[in-house]
Design a protein around this ligand. Structure first.
Ligand SMILES: [Zn+2]
Length: 330
């Protein structure tokens, strides 16, 4: 007991008299050694000493890591005026200042400003993705407003890309938005090659097929989501990184009537919000190079029963779109 009191006295005196910590701990270690040498049962002191050493080493390791960590606000590529806007991103260890700077540098093409495109565009703009291109040839109609939350009632009849651009810039004036009032086809390889990432929120097989082929030719990863009624699915097509492309998994168009569009089959309002938000999340992960993207995996969400599962999907060597020889050189 006397030894413990001696140790405590040393610690208290060291704290009160501001002795250097290493002398205090050296003194405590000497007392411990003395106690160990005269104890009748030294095992107790040995175990206590080892535990104390482990706790101290853990604390020292933590302090070392804290000293090494750079304050993320020092990142030179995010202007001061925007630091506060992205503060909740910047404090995320997996994103931080470098991740936010990568978002600001990124160029993303969003194909389709419908149910999936609406949350994708809003979250990309809010997240500070620097350059966003949005392509859609449709006009805002009243039946869109049940789920396409980027539009307001006053937008009825306007080109979707213009209404979407206004909403994005109202949310975040620090991003650049380019609009294309048209569809994206297989001939758009050069346009796609100017982007780091494409997000497909179109709702027909033919449109998806065209976007997929152009992305494979340009060598740009494609975040693809689709929804119908109560169900949705989501993956990242990226044959350059050995994940399948859409044609690896869906080589042929479904038989007529087997895959009805949302207009024919209906869709519950929040479903595109859920899938679209997940697409924006995948985009942020891909741009910042963090986490595990859904490459080679397809997530399937069933809203009616509240179920969620992920299945593995593989690239086909003989795929007519991404099989060998179909990539753009260089
Ligand atoms: Zn393929």
């Amino acid at each position: 007991m006397i030894w413990l009191i001696l140790m405590a006295a040393l610690l208290v005196a060291g704290r009160l008299l501001h002795w250097p910590a290493r002398y205090v701990w050296a003194g405590v270690a000497l007392v411990w050694l003395a106690a160990l040498s005269v104890a009748r049962d030294p095992r107790l002191w040995l175990v206590g000493g080892v535990v104390a050493a482990l706790v101290l080493a853990y604390g020292a390791g933590l302090r070392h890591l804290h000293r090494k960590a750079r304050p993320v606000a020092e990142s030179p590529t995010i202007p001061d005026a925007e630091i506060d806007r992205y503060a909740r991103h910047i404090v995320l260890r997996e994103l931080g200042g470098p991740g936010q700077a990568a978002l600001k540098r990124a160029r993303v093409l969003v194909v389709g400003a419908g149910g999936l495109g609406a949350p994708v565009l809003l979250y990309l703009a809010a997240a500070g993705v620097g350059r966003i291109t949005v392509a859609d040839d449709d006009r805002v109609s009243l039946s869109n407003l049940q789920r396409q939350v980027i539009f307001a009632a006053r937008d009825e009849g306007r080109p979707k890309v213009e209404a979407a651009r206004d909403a994005m810039l109202a949310l975040n004036p620090h991003v650049q938005v380019q609009t294309l009032d048209r569809r994206i086809g297989p001939e758009d390889t050069d346009l796609i090659a100017q982007h780091d990432l494409v997000i497909d929120g179109t709702d027909t097989f033919a449109a998806r097929q065209a976007v997929n082929a152009a992305c494979v030719a340009a060598g740009v990863p494609l975040v693809a989501g689709s929804i119908a009624q109560w169900e949705g699915q989501l993956t990242v097509w990226d044959p350059r990184r050995d994940a399948p492309c859409m044609a690896c998994i869906f080589p042929d168009a479904p038989a007529p009537g087997l895959a009805p569009s949302c207009a024919e089959a209906g869709v519950v309002g929040p479903l595109p919000g859920i899938l679209g938000s997940m697409m924006a999340l995948e985009a942020i992960k891909l741009i910042a190079g963090t986490g595990e993207a859904l490459r080679g995996r397809m997530m399937i969400f069933d809203g009616l029963y509240g179920e969620n599962r992920t299945v593995k999907i593989r690239r086909r060597v003989d795929c007519p779109v991404c099989g060998s020889g179909h990539f753009r050189q260089g």
